[in-house]
Each structure stands twice: as structure tokens, then as C-alpha cells.
Design a protein around this ligand. Structure first.
Ligand SMILES: [Zn+2]
Length: 546
């Protein structure tokens, strides 16, 4: 025990022995100030500081198997001393559990005498247990000494000691307000009468009151009168003898909880060591292995079918926890509309902000090309021209009129309107034309609406006027669509004769001086390589030349 757990005895231990001889309970009231010393008793560590929770119910070892298991575990390597749990009195929740229990402690040796001690055990979260310290409640007198207690080495239950129970009940007779029950009989001392020492549980008669535990001494005189002599409340954590070092086994850190290296803590010096011999001092911080933080798996985004909502889930690879499980704020960004020539795109962006960190996901949705329907063309024939009209097509920039010549489509003209006049069309000629549209800066080459048109020719004969001046005939005429040449015809010598040919760009002519008389004359046109003259006489006029 001494070797294994390195228990040190404090100055109080000596005092305990002395005062026990006097029948008091100094160990429970341990205070170095009694001796006028300033160092005295300190809290050993966090583990034995406040926060003890007393056992409210049954204190028997049978009813507190966790405490008994921790005790067995802490003392499993201990040879030579037997610890018999008598009553489990309190627990303290630390990083693990501290237990305080009253034990009968007896060396395994012939004629060995027992003592009673409050034994403190720390059990960590993994179930490893350490002996923290002890406070002696009752010692057997040393060999040869007289006047000490006769320590109970048998059954501690009061039912086995009816005479003590009777004395206790007598001493308690008439007391009200506090329910005091004897739990264990520890021993008796012969004085001028008898002192009986008992572990008792006191509960104020009040609903929910927390019990306290005390070591009580009942004095019984020779006449059978009994009275309460001493009552000392047990102050848990007020440990008189400490195990000097506590061995902490290594604890792996988790995602969220710090772990620790294997280390030893000296409860006297409050120092930490990385070795069992306590030679290599380290700081408390050195013992800590920082929590690992979650190991984020790939973010998993879930989008609703209509892309109006999104959800982000991120799991931890290590512990499997859903580290992020949040609805995103969805915004529509960068909208490229679909056109007749190109696919459109909508970008939906889901954003989740966690602790100032932004998680984003882009969901790009393609919009199919718009279906193009070529404008429907209608047309009307005009004199030497055709007026095209067409239906509007939504979303186009402008329209173009294309003509089919030489096996190819050729853009003739373009603009924003929905009608166009094809001029200067040759009579008797067919023209294949189509209306195309430009969208997104590109011509949509859909000629499916092509139509074949021919101009209406009202007259192949130029309308003309004549005027006679100074014996000359002046002609002025209007163009005939498709005319390649014009000519002046004159009826002379009983027949029509072409007297002058003129280019198609010429619309006036003045004849040479001619002798007076009446002349029939007409302006004709050459179309498609032939002079149109058949109806010429009908279009002729008679001119009088003086
Ligand atoms: Zn994790």
C-alpha cells in the first residue's frame, strides 16, 4: 500500500492518534490551525473539492455496487490489507466519479487489529480507479496501550448489537425534528461507563431534506442511562491522508472533447509529471490533448425540384455527427435567357453561413433553345413590284428579305419593319424570296417560308407625252419595269419604223427637225430581248408639226 500508492502522512496523522486516545474525533475535524500552524490542510485537487453528493438512500455496499467495484478496482494490486466496505456515503461527479465510503481496514496478519477509515476512490470514465486518500475514523490502540477503543471486528449492523442499539435509542429518546438512524457500530470504549461509536445518518424532518452523516458517541453509564456525548458531522473531501500521486491514463481526444496524455498529478505539490517517478514535470496544459474538431465530409446539397430551396448537410467523417444541417438562402444569379439560336442558363446559388464561414452551392439549370417559327409571308403584286408582308416573331432583332439566285440564298435587304417592297421586278419573271429573322446577333437561316412571286405588269408601254418645238418632237416618258431599252417609233410610209433606240436610263428624246404634217408616234420598250410593239398603234398619239 505505502509503496504502491505512495501515501504520505501529514502532520495531522500524529495528532489524530493522540486525540483518538482521548476519545475525540479529530480526524474528522482536522484543522491544522488547532496546532497553530499556517500550512495545514488544503484542498488537494479539483477532484476532492466541493460538490459531494451524499447518498440519500441505502448506504449498504449491496445497494451501491458501482462504489464497491471502484474500490475493488483501485485496490486490486494491494496485498496485505483488507478493505471491507461498510457504508457508501457520498459521490462526487468529476471527470469520472469520486467515492467516499466507510471501510473496515485490517492488515492480513495474525492478531492484526482493525480500524475504520473513510476511503476516497476516484474512478475515471474508462473505469480505471485510483485510491485518492483516506481519513481515519477509529484506530485500534497500539499494542500494550490501555484505555483505547475496542474496535468492532465483526458485524457492524445494529441488529447484531442490540445492547448498543438500546443505548442509542435511549440517548435519542425525546429528540424531535431530526431523524437520526444508526448505520454501523464501530466500537466501544470502557470509561466510567461505556462509550459506543456509531456511524449515523441524520435527516431533518422536512420533505426533500438532504441527509448528513455523522460519527456519534453514545455514553452509557453503569446505571443504564444513556446520552449523546459527541456528534461529528463528516465533512467529505476533508481528507487527512492523501495518496500523493494520481495516475491519469491517456485519453484520446474526440471531435469536441479534449483528451489527455498519460500523466501523474501530485496532490501535495499540485504539480504534473509525465512519468511515474515524478521526475519530469510538465504543466497542466501539457497534459491536454486538444479536441480534434470535426473532420468535415463532403458537403451534401439537396435542391428542391423547382430550385427555390436548398438544404446543406455536412457530416463528420470521424464521429458521424451532422455538423451542418441547415436550409440555405437561395438566390437567382446570372440569368442568360434562352434564344432561338442559343441555350439559356439560370444559376441558382444556395448560401449557408455558419460561424462566419460561407458555404455555397451553384445549381445551373439549362433552358432549351426557343422554338423558331419563320414569319408567315403574304404578298401583293404591284406594277413591276411585289409588296411582301409577314407576321411578327417575338424576340427577334430585325428581319431580312432574302432572294434565291444562282442556287443560293442572298440577303437583299433588312430592317425592323414587317413589310418590304421588292422593286424593279421584270415582267414575266418569278422570284423566290424568303423572310428571315436576326436574333441574338445572328441570322436564323430558316427559309421554310419561301414564296415565289411575280410582279404584276400593268403596261409594257411607257406612258409618254410629246411637245412640238421648232419643228422638233420632244418626248418624255415614264419607266417601264424591266425595260432594257426604249425606242421611238414613227408611222411613216405606211409602216411603223423604229427611228431611235435609247438606253433604259434615258427618259427623254428630242427628234431632229422634220417637215410639217401629222405623225403617229409611240415610245416602246425592249423587254426580255424583244421589242414590245404588238399593241403599239393603240398607244400611239398623233402629233401635228407645223
Ligand atoms: Zn466529429
Amino acid at each position: 500500500m505505502e509503496k504502491k500508492h505512495n501515501v504520505i502522512k501529514r502532520t495531522l496523522a500524529g495528532m489524530t492518534a493522540v486525540m483518538c486516545m482521548a476519545g475525540c474525533l479529530p480526524a474528522l475535524a482536522a484543522n491544522a490551525e488547532d496546532k497553530g500552524e499556517s500550512y495545514g490542510y488544503h484542498e488537494a485537487s479539483e477532484q476532492v473539492a466541493g460538490g459531494w453528493e451524499v447518498v440519500r438512500g441505502d448506504t449498504s455496499p449491496e445497494s451501491n455496487p458501482d462504489a464497491v467495484a471502484a474500490l475493488d478496482n483501485a485496490l486490486k494490486y494491494l496485498d496485505g490489507v483488507a478493505y471491507t466496505p461498510v457504508a457508501v456515503l457520498a459521490r462526487q461527479c468529476v471527470a469520472g466519479t469520486n467515492y467516499c465510503m466507510l471501510c473496515k481496514v485490517k492488515p492480513v496478519a495474525p492478531k492484526a487489529k482493525p480500524s475504520y477509515q473513510l476511503v476516497y476512490i476516484y474512478e475515471d470514465l474508462k473505469g480505471d480507479a485510483e485510491f485518492i486518500g483516506r481519513t481515519t475514523v477509529l484506530n485500534s490502540p497500539s499494542e500494550g496501550a490501555t484505555g483505547g477503543y475496542s474496535v468492532n471486528d465483526g458485524d457492524t449492523s445494529l441488529s447484531a448489537h442490540e445492547d448498543v442499539l438500546a443505548a442509542f435509542n435511549k440517548a435519542m429518546d425525546g429528540r424531535v425534528g431530526v431523524d437520526v438512524r444508526p448505520i454501523a457500530y464501530l466500537g466501544s470504549q470502557l470509561v466510567a461507563g461505556m462509550n459506543h461509536m456509531l456511524l449515523c445518518k441524520s435527516t431533518v424532518v422536512y420533505p426533500g431534506a438532504e441527509p448528513s452523516y455523522s460519527i456519534m458517541i453514545v455514553y452509557e453509564d453503569f446505571n443504564g442511562n444513556a446520552q449523546l456525548s459527541t456528534s461529528q458531522k463528516i465533512d467529505f473531501g476533508n481528507i487527512s491522508e492523501f495518496n500523493r500521486t494520481i495516475h491519469y491514463i491517456a485519453n484520446e481526444p474526440t471531435c469536441t472533447k479534449d483528451g489527455n496524455i498519460e500523466y501523474w498529478y501530485n496532490t501535495s505539490s499540485y504539480k504534473y509529471y509525465s512519468d511515474e517517478k515524478c521526475e519530469n514535470e510538465i504543466s497542466y496544459e501539457d497534459t491536454i490533448v486538444k479536441s480534434l474538431g470535426h473532420d468535415f465530409d463532403k458537403p451534401v446539397w439537396t435542391w428542391s425540384d423547382d430550385h427555390t430551396s436548398a438544404h446543406l448537410t455536412v457530416k463528420c467523417n470521424r464521429c458521424g455527427a451532422k455538423v451542418i444541417d441547415e436550409d440555405a438562402v437561395v438566390t437567382k444569379k446570372q440569368v442568360y435567357p434562352a434564344t432561338y439560336t442559343g441555350t439559356g442558363f439560370i444559376s441558382y446559388v444556395g448560401t449557408v453561413i455558419i460561424d462566419g464561414e460561407s458555404w455555397e452551392n451553384n445549381c445551373i439549370v439549362a433552358l432549351p433553345k426557343l422554338t423558331y417559327t419563320a414569319p408567315a409571308i403574304s404578298y401583293e403584286k404591284c406594277d413591276g413590284a411585289v409588296k411582301l408582308s409577314w407576321t411578327e416573331v417575338e424576340g427577334v432583332d430585325e428581319y431580312g428579305v432574302a432572294g434565291y439566285t444562282g442556287g443560293k440564298w442572298k440577303l437583299l435587304d433588312y430592317g425592323k419593319g414587317t413589310s418590304y417592297v421588292l422593286k424593279n421586278l421584270k415582267a414575266g419573271t418569278s422570284y423566290k424570296v424568303a423572310v428571315v429573322a436576326k436574333a441574338g446577333g445572328q441570322w436564323i437561316k430558316d427559309f421554310s417560308n419561301a414564296v415565289t412571286v411575280t410582279p404584276e405588269i400593268v403596261s409594257y408601254y411607257p406612258k409618254f407625252r410629246t411637245q412640238v418645238m421648232n419643228g422638233k418632237i420632244c418626248y418624255k416618258w415614264e419607266a417601264v419595269p424591266g425595260a432594257e431599252k426604249y425606242a421611238i417609233a414613227l408611222y411613216q410610209a405606211n409602216k411603223w419604223q423604229i427611228v431611235k433606240q435609247l438606253d433604259s436610263s434615258v427618259y427623254t428624246y428630242t427628234s431632229p427637225k422634220i417637215s410639217g404634217g401629222y405623225y403617229s408616234t409611240v415610245v416602246v420598250a425592249k423587254i426580255n430581248g424583244k421589242w414590245v410593239t404588238a399593241q403599239a398603234p393603240a398607244h400611239a398619239v398623233t402629233v401635228s408639226v407645223n
